[in-house]
Each structure stands twice: as structure tokens, then as C-alpha cells.
Design a protein around this ligand. Structure first.
Ligand SMILES: C[S@@+](CC[C@H](N)C(=O)[O-])C[C@H]1O[C@@H](n2cnc3c(N)ncnc32)[C@H](O)[C@@H]1O
Length: 245
């Protein structure tokens, strides 16, 4: 079922329901924090930069970027509840002059060409079944010389669901999510990652590809050079950073 933003209602509902527990589950797991740090370190953010955060959620990545430099953030997300939490933080931290948050589908970003110095996205773009059109739009709305960084789980879920090799490949990555989830954030986080794992296996609103596949898609969209870096303690998480020539 599709809604006004043309997002499958399931993904939106999933995040609306998760929103209140997001920061104390996924948001508190070491691999997620380290992934966001890796994005910020490699963004090259400078004072005054205009940054788009796609799938900003509760604002964890945007706030890290703002802590690093005085930049201007535009956050977009499809979930009213996730963005409501981010908006509360913006109010509490008195950041309304430097951050704006909009409900928008990552698959149809509405910005003028050459708007942003940097576009970032963490664990969001794998929700798009058709990634290349979105990457082409990101290329278009970046300034020349602009940087795109996508942080994702390095998990190739393509192929037939009946292929045991595919399942084995996915389970190897999921194991590396479940153990830190339990250690860092407790049983509730483990349950959430476990539920999520089922969605990855069945491609229910989750269409993860490997970091190499992300890199190839970025090159196809026109980016060069394109590089991959991994979270040092959690090698199945990493970033693809891509430059608009
Ligand atoms: C796992 S959360 C990541 C949030 C944040 N980037 C972080 O790392 O903490 C994924 C976010 O993507 C949003 N999302 C999923 N599909 C989307 C789409 N098609 N368009 C916009 N946002 C989407 C969800 O609502 C959710 O807030």
C-alpha cells in the first residue's frame, strides 16, 4: 500500500512505531555510533557548508555534523514520528536557524541542481528498491566538487530467496549485528535487530546491497572518484564516499 509520499506504508509505519525506542536501541549500538563517526570524519565538512541528510530520522547524524562544524543542515525523512523527535531536539538545543526538517521521499528528492556541498545518508537508502535513479538525483543536487557519503551495512541480499547461499551470506552479517546489539544496548535492541533481520532476509522494505555494489552504482550515476571505508571494529558496516567531479 502506498501513501501520499509514495513510500510503502510498511516502512513508514515500522519507523513511526520504532521512533520512541530508536535512540536507545539502534542508536545506542557501537557499530551505529562508529558508522556515523566515520561519515562525519570523511565528510570534510567546513563551516558554512550546506548539507542534506537523507533519512535523518531522530537526527543522530545531523547533530554529530553540527557538533563538528557550524554548517547548515536540511534533513529529510518519510516518518512523521522520527522527525518529530528530531524537531524536539532542535527546539531544545536552539538549532532552528541551522537545521530544517522536511517530510520527503528519498526516491523523489525535490531540490534545485547544485544546492548542496555535501549529501549524507546513514542506513536509509537500502530501503529503496531502485537505487540508481536516487543516486542520479543526489548527483544533480550536489555542487560540482561536492561529496556524497552513504553509510550502510555491507550485505548483499540480492538473488533468489530459495538460494541457501544467499541466506548464509545474510546470516553471517546478521550475527555481527545481533551480538553487539545485545552487549551495547540490551535485550530490547537485540529483539529489534532480530525483527529487522527477518525483513532483510525476506526483502520486506529492506533491499541491502554490498558496499562494492553501492560503489558501482555511484560510478554509474557519474561520481568519481569513489572509495569504500569500513568501521574498524565492525567490518560489515562502512561507507562509500563519492565525489561529483
Ligand atoms: C535506520 S533509520 C536511520 C536514521 C538515521 N539516519 C540514523 O542513522 O540514525 C532509517 C530512516 O530512514 C527513513 N526512511 C526509510 N525509507 C525512506 C524513504 N523512502 N524516504 C525517506 N526516508 C526514509 C526512516 O523513516 C528512518 O528514519
Amino acid at each position: 500500500m502506498k501513501n501520499r509520499l509514495n513510500i510503502t506504508t510498511d516502512t513508514k509505519t515500522w519507523f513511526n512505531r520504532w521512533s520512541n525506542k530508536y535512540d536507545c536501541t539502534l542508536g545506542s549500538i557501537s557499530f551505529h555510533k562508529e558508522l556515523l563517526d566515520l561519515i562525519v570524519r570523511n565528510s570534510g565538512v567546513k563551516a558554512g557548508d550546506r548539507i542534506l541528510d537523507i533519512g535523518c530520522g531522530t537526527g543522530l547524524l545531523s547533530l554529530k555534523l553540527l557538533r563538528k562544524k557550524n554548517c547548515f543542515i536540511t534533513g529529510v525523512d518519510c516518518s512523521e514520528e522520527m522527525t518529530a523527535i528530531f524537531k524536539d531536539k532542535i527546539k531544545r538545543l536552539k538549532l532552528k536557524d541551522v537545521v530544517s526538517v522536511n517530510l520527503m521521499d528519498a526516491a523523489s528528492l525535490k531540490f534545485e541542481p547544485g544546492t548542496f556541498d555535501i549529501v549524507v545518508s546513514s542506513v536509509t537508502l537500502h530501503h529503496l528498491k531502485h537505487k540508481l535513479p536516487a543516486l542520479k538525483t543526489i548527483f544533480r543536487i550536489l555542487k560540482s566538487g561536492g561529496i556524497f557519503i552513504v553509510g550502510e551495512v555491507d550485505m548483499d541480499t540480492t538473488g533468489k530467496h530459495t538460494d541457501p547461499g544467499r541466506l548464509k551470506r545474510i546470516l553471517r552479517v546478521l550475527e555481527q549485528e545481533y551480538i553487539p546489539a545485545l552487549k551495547d544496548a540490551g535485550v530490547e535492541a537485540l529483539f529489534k535487530m532480530y525483527d529487522n533481520g527477518r525483513k532483510h532476509i525476506l526483502n520486506e522494505g529492506e533491499y541491502c546491497v554490498s558496499l562494492r555494489q553501492w560503489a558501482a552504482l555511484c560510478r554509474k550515476a557519474g561520481f568519481a572518484p569513489v572509495g569504500i571505508k569500513r568501521v574498524s571494529n565492525h567490518k560489515c558496516f562502512g561507507i562509500v564516499s563519492a565525489k561529483k567531479p
